[in-house]
Design a protein around this ligand. Structure first.
Ligand code: BTN
Length: 262
């Protein structure tokens, strides 16, 4: 089953020099019947979108902008954690790229940069954002018509606009500038296809270990959706657990997390 999915995943593949947003391209294609695995890449986006209505810095020549159509056979009520799983898929590709050589991915003090997932799906390297993921589901009543997974990965960028520079990083800035975007796109497609198949088969259970290992927020003081406390892991539904000063553990389903202090 997995290999059957793997064989067609990433097909058809549309590559554009410039587009408004690859997520919009994927969404229109899905509405017109594009299959599971249909993929959209662009060198630049003029209206790249991030979560929470923010824009996504999308200049040409530097970074990777990829969107994929998924057609999971899951009820609408169970699809939300796929956003988390896609974060893990992207993080695992980056982790493999950073791992092989100790001199790579090293920060100024020589320590190896760790790849982590900031709930729900920011991929951080050395505490800075290396990739962002925008998951948009189209529901038809109780069922899922399609899920668009959009990945923005900073690859060759050597600097960022002032508002991002303290928070963002790229593979090049981490010392990896010899991996072509095409190869990264192929690795991401493979990881996204595999993760989608595993999620359909076992929901979050197959990812429990990776979720715990990759969880960047754990132990940090956070504020999310009006809840303040210490992040205490991710529950089997994919909700962020936060322990308040009153000792009570609350599960947060969605929201932007601010770290109060680490
Ligand atoms: C975020 O961290 O806020 C999510 C950023 C997602 C950016 C990617 S780039 C490819 C795809 N097309 C878009 O317009 N957004 C996603």
């Amino acid at each position: 089953e997995l290999s059957r999915l793997g064989a067609s995943f990433g097909k058809p593949l549309a590559v554009a020099a410039e587009t408004a947003s690859t997520n919009d391209d994927a969404r229109s294609a899905a509405a017109a019947g594009a299959p599971h695995g249909a993929a959209f890449l662009a060198d630049a986006q003029t209206q790249g979108r991030g979560r929470g209505g923010r824009s996504w810095h999308s200049p040409p020549g530097e970074n990777l902008y990829l969107s994929v159509v998924l057609r999971p056979s899951l009820p609408a009520s169970r699809v939300a954690p796929i956003a988390l799983v896609m974060g893990l898929a992207v993080a695992s590709v980056i982790e493999r790229r950073l791992a092989p050589l100790p001199s790579r991915g090293a920060s100024a003090d020589g320590s190896v940069v760790e790849v982590r997932l900031k709930w729900p799906n920011d991929v951080l390297a050395g505490g800075r954002k290396l990739a962002g993921i925008l998951v948009e589901a189209q529901l038809r009543g109780e069922s899922v018509s399609s899920v668009i997974v959009g990945v923005g990965l900073n690859v060759h960028a050597s600097s960022f606009p002032p508002d991002l520079s303290a928070r963002a990083t790229s593979l090049a800035m981490l010392g990896i500038d010899d991996v072509p975007r095409e190869l990264l796109a192929a690795e991401l497609l493979q990881a996204i296809g595999d993760a989608a198949a595993r999620f359909e088969a076992g929901e979050l259970a197959p990812f429990a270990e990776d979720l715990a290992r990759m969880d960047w927020l754990r132990g940090r003081r956070v504020e999310v959706a009006g809840v303040v406390g210490v992040a205490a892991g991710i529950d089997p539904e994919g909700h962020l657990l936060v322990r308040g000063a009153d000792g009570i553990l609350r599960a947060v389903a969605a929201g932007e997390v601010s770290v109060i202090s680490s």
